[in-house]
Design a protein. Structure first.
Ligand SMILES: Nc1ncnc2c1ncn2[C@@H]1O[C@H](COP(=O)(O)OP(=O)(O)OP(=O)(O)O)[C@@H](O)[C@H]1O
Ligand SMILES: [Mg+2]
Length: 511
C-alpha cells in the first residue's frame, strides 16, 4: 500500500507555531513536517514543549500564532472533537481515566457502537471488541466490568491505547507511552506500532528512552526550550548524538556511584507474605546500600514495596528496624520511623497540583522546617531553591502552581518533596520514569549522596540499565517470590531480564 509516493505525502505540517503561558515561552516558531505512514519521534528535555505542541494539535490549547496543515489542508482552531473526526487520536501524558468508570466505559465513552438503525448501544459488541483487542494485542485478560480504580498504572495505559485503536486512527500520537510499562509490555507496544505503520497509520512518538526512538522511528524532531533544533530522518544519528542535541552538553557519567561500605542493618525482613501477592520474602537492607528490586507486572515486587510503607498489610512475617519491630498500617507511621517513599503514580499520589512548587516540596517535611519560627521560613526557602536547582526543575519560580509544570517536572517535584526529608530508609518506586536524561543523572547523584551519608535505599525499577548502573545488588520477584539475587559482579540487563521472565536458572536467595 505504501509506495514511494505515499511516504512523501505529509500527514501533519506544523507552521511557525508559537505559544506562551503568561510570560513563559513554551513554543517558538516551531515548524516541521510528519510524513504520512512513518513513525516520527519527538524528543527533548522536560519542559522542552513536546506535550504543549501535541495539545495544540489535539485542539486542547490554542497557539498564539502559526497554523497546522493536516493532509494538505490548513486548519486553525479545531476542536478536540473535530480533530478526532479527522482520525487523529492521542494517548496523552497527563489525561487520567475516570476512576469510577468501568474499563468498558473508559474504552467506549463518546464513540459507542450502536445497534444498526437504532440509537441503542450495542453493549455486547462493545464488550466483545474490547476484550478481543486487549487479549490479542496485549495478552491481557481484563473483563470490561473492571473498575478503572482497580487497574495498575500499566493497565490504565493499555486501556488508553486500546481506546485509541478502537477508533481506527489515521494518525496516532503517543506522549510517553512506555513510561508505565515493563519491558515485555513495551515490546508488545513496539510490535503494535510497527504493525500500524505497515497498515499506513502515521505515528508521532514522544519518549525519553532514546533507545526506543532509535529502534522505532523513521524521522526525528528534537525540541530544546520550545524551538526545533533538528528535524530529519533518523538514519545516521545515534542515541548519544540525540542526547547531546537535547541537552546542549555531553553526558559524562550516566551513573555516578560512590563506593560506600555497608553499615548497620536498617531493615530486617523475615518471611513476609501478603496472601495473593507475595510469599515468604526475606531480605536485609544495610546503611550505605542501594538495593534494587524488579519484577514483571503482578510479580509481587510492587506490593512488597507498598507493604513496607504501610500501604498494604502483610498477612505473615516480621519487619525490624534498629528501633525494634514495626508493623505499619499507614504511610504516616512509616514516615514517623524515618522511611520515605517516592510513589510511582506521582500525579495521583505524589503532588498537589494546585499548590505551589515550594509548598509541595515542604509538605512532607513541615515539622523539619517549622521548628524555629521565622527563621524556618528562610531555611525553607533555601532548601527549596537548592532542590529546584539540583534537580533542574523547570518552573517560573518556587511559587508557581505545580499544575503549570511539564509532566517530567511534576515528577521531579514529587521526588524533591521526599528527598527534602531527613530519612534513613528511602523506598523509590520507579523514580526516573518520565524524567529526562539530564535530570536522571541528577537523581542518581542524589541517591549516591543519600547512601554516602549512611541511608539505605530500596529502588523498585523496571529500567534495567538503571538497576545495573546504580544498584549494589538486585532481587528479582517472579510469581510472588524472590527467585534470584544478583550481586554487583553478576549484574547485567540480560541477567535481570532472564530472571524476571522466569527463564533464568532458579537461584537461591541469601540476603
Ligand atoms: N498550563 C500551563 N500553564 C503554564 N505553563 C505551562 C502549562 N503547560 C506547560 N507549561 C510550560 O510550558 C513549558 C513546556 O511544557 P511541556 O509540558 O510542553 O513540556 P514537555 O516537553 O512535554 O516536558 P516533559 O518531558 O516533562 O513532559 C514548560 O516550561 C511548562 O512549565
Ligand atoms: Mg510532556
Amino acid at each position: 500500500m505504501s509506495d514511494g509516493q505515499d511516504t512523501q505525502r505529509l500527514a501533519i505540517q506544523f507552521q511557525a507555531i508559537a505559544k506562551h503561558f503568561g510570560v513563559a515561552r513554551a513554543l517558538d516558531d516551531v515548524s516541521f513536517a510528519v510524513r504520512a505512514g512513518t513513525v516520527h519521534g519527538l524528543v527533548g528535555q522536560n519542559g522542552a514543549g513536546k506535550s504543549t505542541l501535541i495539545k495544540i494539535l489535539a485542539g486542547l490549547h490554542r497557539p498564539d500564532s502559526g497554523s497546522i496543515v493536516l493532509d494538505g489542508v490548513e486548519t486553525t482552531a479545531l476542536s478536540p472533537h473535530q480533530v478526532e473526526k479527522l482520525g487523529i487520536h492521542f494517548i496523552h501524558q497527563d489525561r487520567l481515566l475516570v476512576p469510577s468508570f468501568t474499563v468498558g466505559e473508559a474504552l467506549f465513552l463518546g464513540h459507542e457502537p450502536r445497534i444498526a438503525g437504532t440509537p441503542f448501544l450495542n453493549r455486547r459488541a462493545m464488550k466483545r471488541q474490547a476484550e478481543a483487542i486487549l487479549q490479542t494485542y496485549f495478552g491481557l485478560h481484563l473483563p470490561t466490568s473492571t473498575l478503572v480504580a482497580d487497574l495498575t498504572t500499566a493497565q490504565k495505559q493499555i486501556v488508553q491505547i486500546t481506546r485509541a485503536l478502537l477508533a481506527q486512527p489515521k494518525v496516532l500520537v503517543f506522549d510517553e507511552p512506555t513510561a508505565a510499562l515493563v519491558r515485555r509490555e513495551a515490546d508488545i507496544l513496539f510490535a503494535l506500532i510497527r504493525r500500524l505503520r505497515s497498515e499506513g497509520v502515521t505515528i508521532v512518538y514522544i519518549s525519553h528512552y532514546l533507545g526506543e526512538i532509535e529502534a522505532l522511528c523513521d524521522d526525528i524532531t528534537v525540541l530544546r526550550n520550545g524551538q526545533v533544533v533538528v528535524s530529519r530522518p533518523l538514519e545516521g544519528l545515534t542515541a548519544k548524538e540525540i542526547a547531546t542535541l537535547m541537552v546542549e552538553r555531553d553526558i559524562a557519567d550516566m551513573f555516578p556511584k560512590a563506593v560506600v561500605p555497608r553499615g548497620e542493618c536498617l531493615l530486617d525482613i523475615r518471611h513476609l507474605s501478603l496472601a495473593g501477592h507475595y510469599q515468604d520474602v526475606s531480605l536485609r537492607l544495610h546503611r550505605g546500600e542501594v538495593l534494587g528490586i524488579t519484577g514483571l507486572l503482578g510479580s509481587g515486587a510492587k506490593s512488597f514495596v507498598q507493604t513496607l510503607f504501610g500501604l498494604q498489610t502483610p498477612t505473615a512475617g516480621t519487619v525490624e528496624t534498629p528501633d525494634g519491630p514495626v508493623n505499619f498500617t499507614s504511610p504516616k507511621q512509616a514516615v514517623g520511623r524515618k522511611l520515605a517513599l517516592v510513589p510511582e503514580d506521582r500525579r495521583v499520589d505524589g503532588v498537589a497540583l494546585d499548590l505551589s512548587v515550594a509548598e509541595n516540596i515542604t509538605l512532607a517535611s513541615l515539622e523539619q522546617f517549622s521548628r524555629a519560627g521565622f527563621l524556618a521560613h528562610q531555611l525553607e526557602k533555601t532548601a527549596v531553591e537548592r532542590l529546584i536547582a539540583q534537580l533542574q526543575i523547570k518552573t517560573a519560580g518556587p511559587d508557581a502552581p505545580v499544575r503549570t509544570l511539564s509532566g517530567g517536572n511534576q515528577q521531579k517535584v514529587a521526588i524533591a518533596k521526599w528527598l527534602s526529608r531527613h530519612s534513613e530508609i528511602y523506598l523509590l518506586d520507579e523514580p526516573t520514569v518520565g524524567v529526562d536524561i539530564g535530570a536522571k543523572v541528577e537523581i542518581y547523584q542524589v541517591i549516591a549522596n543519600l547512601v554516602a551519608r549512611g541511608a539505605g535505599v530500596i529502588i523498585l525499577s523496571s529500567d534495567l540499565p538503571e538497576l545495573v548502573g546504580i544498584a549494589d545488588r538486585v532481587l528479582v520477584f517472579f510469581r510472588g517470590r524472590i527467585t534470584a539475587e544478583l550481586p554487583s559482579h553478576a549484574l547485567t540487563a540480560d541477567a535481570i531480564f532472564a530472571a524476571t521472565t522466569g527463564s533464568a536458572e532458579r537461584q537461591q536467595h541469601v540476603g
